[in-house]
Design a protein around this ligand. Structure first.
Ligand code: ASP
Ligand code: MG
Length: 406
């Protein structure tokens, strides 16, 4: 008999009808002989509604009280789902995060789970019940209610699965798995049967928003097999695992892209030790996160320095850089926010040379100019003009043979 943790997100429990169909899915898993723990989010839109209510009362509500407020969304869904299970003859019981002792630190609205005491859940499971736990919430050492950050129910589910040593943690959502790329950009995108934790982390941090990054990190750290599936359609979904077997040669998992970045260049920077620090130091102090960085080879005692930041930070970054350029005696500051970052991800890169040059050749054939390049062990990212997003994604998808194998 297997122990399965299932997590249902906001859209999956968005109406009472949907909650009833979730109950059917849970019962199905139980009938197959599994022990089942269910973690649920608030009904879709509910967390936003609660945040909105608070803003009508106060511009700066206490973080502690915000957590008391927003954690109520999940308390509604655990009760309703448990009622639905009971009404269908399935013994079940609901718990809030603090009732099953999901112990966190005290960082309200972005708390981290420290420990989970699984004894109460285990006892209920062995008496034949389905256990329904509120996602997104826990309590700190002083018994204060905490929440884990938006989308945090994924992390709750993974943490509970790790604590109970579950055989699998299944994340039910509105897509039926992880795709080779965004199907809205490349309709021939294919659902992956499996993907490694490393690849999934890269895909998630590069803009593929299927799972909360922290949940993937957690699952990787505790080696919890994770599966993403649809709560609306049948199917195997995508398994996220450490195992690389069954994986073809020169494996490329997919193509991720990010429309949120902008490029900044400081031209004519005096080429002396400390210049990079003089530029990026003040950017860091302004709390602006930097992604890709390039410094050109110096010529005539000066060099150009280029990096990318989030688009929302461009204006502030330019202000900081204008001042820096002045102090440094650099010539000019440029910004460009009509760029995108396109990334190829795959563990096959580790053992196969030539994937980068292959990628550059495919882009060149389409006449796409590469403005920046960065690589890591299992990823190659390029910055290109945003108008080439679709063309670039499709050319790479085709060029690396990621399309549906009919
Ligand atoms: N209800 C919370 C949110 O909307 C947590 C979650 O859905 O995972 O962010
Ligand atoms: Mg949600």
């Amino acid at each position: 008999m297997a122990l399965i943790v299932q997590k249902y997100g906001g859209t999956s429990v968005g109406t009472t009808e949907r909650i009833v169909s979730v109950a059917d899915k849970v019962i199905q898993a139980k009938m197959q002989g599994n022990d089942v723990v269910v973690v649920v989010s608030a009904m879709s839109g509910e967390t936003n509604r609660l945040i909105e209510l608070a803003s009508e009362i106060s511009a700066q509500p206490a973080a502690r009280e915000m957590d008391v407020l927003v954690s109520t969304g999940e308390q509604v869904t655990i009760a309703l789902l448990t009622m639905a299970l009971n009404a269908r003859g399935c013994p079940a019981i609901s718990y809030t995060g603090s009732q099953v002792r999901i112990l966190t630190d005290s960082m309200h609205s972005k708390a981290r789970i420290k420990e989970i005491d699984g004894t109460r859940i285990s006892r209920d499971l062995s008496s034949g019940r389905v256990v329904v736990v509120a996602g997104f919430q826990g309590m700190d050492g002083n018994g204060n209610i905490t929440t884990l950050g938006r989308g945090g129910s994924d992390t709750s589910a993974v943490a509970i699965a790790a604590a109970l040593k579950a055989n699998e943690c299944q994340i039910y959502t509105d897509v039926d798995g992880v795709y080779t790329t965004d199907p809205r950009v490349e309709p021939r995108a294919r659902r992956l049967e499996r993907i490694t934790f490393e690849e999934m982390l890269e895909m998630a941090s590069l803009g593929s928003k299927v799972l909360q990054i922290r949940a993937v990190e957690f699952a990787g750290k505790y080696n919890v097999p994770l599966r993403v599936l649809s709560s609306f359609t049948e199917g195997e979904g995508t398994l996220i695992t450490y195992e690389e077997d069954g994986v073809e040669e020169a494996r490329i998992a997919g193509i991720a892209f990010n429309r949120d970045e902008a490029k900044l260049t400081v031209l004519g920077v005096p080429d002396h030790p400390g210049a990079a620090h003089q530029i990026l130091g003040p950017i860091g102090e302004a709390n602006i996160e930097v992604d890709m960085i390039i410094q050109n080879v110096g010529r005539d005692g000066t060099t150009d320095f280029t990096f990318t930041v989030h688009r929302n930070d461009v204006q502030r970054a330019v202000e900081v850089l204008n001042k820096v350029a002045n102090d440094l005696g650099a010539r000019e500051v440029n910004s460009d926010d009509s760029i995108i970052k396109l990334s190829l991800v795959g563990v096959g890169m580790r053992s196969h040379a030539g994937i980068a040059s292959n990628m550059f050749e495919i882009l060149a054939k389409e006449g796409i100019n590469i403005k920046m390049i960065s690589t890591s062990e299992i990823k190659i990212s390029v910055v290109i003009d945003e108008k080439y997003l679709e063309l670039g994604v499709r050319a790479l998808h085709d060029g690396f043979g990621l399309e549906k194998t009919a």
